[in-house]
Design a protein around this ligand. Structure first.
Ligand SMILES: NC(=O)c1ccc[n+]([C@@H]2O[C@H](COP(=O)([O-])OP(=O)(O)OC[C@H]3O[C@@H](n4cnc5c(N)ncnc54)[C@H](O)[C@@H]3O)[C@@H](O)[C@H]2O)c1
Length: 330
């Protein structure tokens, strides 16, 4: 089966590509290396450097290859940035998605997987957040994912393209083999930032508020290991063979507080990891946890790497062996 992975040089896309290759898929990675890294792409994948905003380049990609399925990771990905530069999201993410979908529909691609987000649920009625929760995008980032989810609704109705929207919570950890991991510049994700403090690359960590209604006052989040995410993509890709579209929340199902994450990182690394408490960040909810029951029941997915210590150990293994991330920097 030949699949296209957009954004396959990025953090999550590179792990999914790696697993697809291990399972004998023929993989074409399309990435503009805006935040991705050429080295992160498995050597057995075909790499095409290009931008989804460049329609002729996207059309040529589909002239050169016939795809049985598409996994769409390429995106601007930052909630905070989207509040400052909304058009990168409301326009660019949407145009990138529409260029891709137009070419995919023309070719008759029947399976499509979208990296969607928990940011669709800004004001959940209950925690853990179920797949049926009403959608209230929390930012232009979340809105841009919802726009693509809506495009997919029409792709299915008009072209019979079966799709799966995977609404991830916080991706974390690294491949257990230590060859690929998370490398974003600047880094905005909690676990890599904590590990940068452990490596002495940052002086200390700032905790944004410790007066939330949680067990230790710090925010609780759902960290899902990137290998568990990868497994879910492969299960979803296979399941779409039945032509039925799906939407799943994808998290660990366990919430960990920021203090728990810091303490576990101290235990794993043996470092002090100084942390101070700052003001709350506007818009940060106290607790976000996924209810992934639907994907567990329908596809038999379950997290294998859900333990916080395992998440941090695999991330630490990557950060220790690649203290500056990938060698090639743009
Ligand atoms: N990291 C998380 O915790 C998380 C949570 C929820 C959803 N997601 C979604 O998962 C996907 C992957 O996230 P990530 O953390 O791996 O991000 P990432 O930045 O590491 O990867 C994104 C990749 O897409 C590429 N890209 C961006 N715009 C492109 C374009 N116009 N054309 C071609 N390539 C382009 C980048 O170069 C990069 O390699 C994104 O869609 C993101 O919104 C991530």
């Amino acid at each position: 089966m030949k699949v296209l992975v957009t954004g396959g040089a990025g953090y999550i896309g590179s792990h999914v590509t790696d697993m697809l290759i291990e399972r004998n898929y023929d993989v074409v990675v399309f990435d503009n290396l805006y935040t991705g890294h050429r080295e992160a792409v498995h050597p057995k994948a075909t790499f095409v450097q290009g931008d989804l905003l460049d329609k002729p380049v996207v059309d040529k990609l589909f002239d050169d290859h016939r795809f049985d399925g598409i996994l769409h990771f390429a995106s601007h990905t930052l909630v905070g940035e989207s509040m400052e530069k909304p058009w990168l999201y409301l326009r660019d993410n949407a145009v990138a998605g529409s260029n891709l979908l137009e070419a995919a529909a023309r070719q008759g691609v029947k399976r499509f997987i979208l990296s969607s987000t928990a940011n669709l649920f800004d004001d959940p009625e209950k925690i853990p957040i179920v797949a049926e929760e009403r959608i209230v995008p929390g930012s232009p980032y979340g809105e841009s994912k919802y726009i693509i989810e809506r495009y997919l609704h029409w792709m299915e109705r008009i072209y019979g393209m079966a799709y799966c929207c995977l609404r991830y919570f916080n991706a974390s950890g690294a491949h257990p083999n230590g060859h690929i991991g998370e490398d974003h510049t600047p880094e905005y994700h909690l676990i890599p930032i904590i590990l940068q403090v452990a490596l002495g690359q940052r002086e200390k960590l700032t905790i944004f508020g410790n007066d939330y209604a949680t067990k230790d006052g710090t925010c609780i989040r759902d960290y899902i290991h990137v290998m568990d995410l990868a497994e879910a993509h492969i299960l979803a890709l296979e399941a779409l063979a039945d032509g039925k579209s799906r939407k799943y929340n994808l998290g660990n199902g366990k919430g960990y507080s920021i203090m728990e994450v810091i303490q576990t990182a101290r235990d794993v690394t043996g470092q002090t990891i100084p942390a101070t408490v700052g003001a709350r960040r506007p818009g940060d909810p106290g607790t976000l946890i996924a209810d992934s029951t639907r994907i567990q029941n329908e596809l038999g997915w379950h997290p294998e790497f859900g333990n916080l210590r395992t998440i941090i150990e695999t991330a630490w293994n990557w950060h220790q062996s690649h203290p500056q991330g990938y060698a090639t920097k743009k």
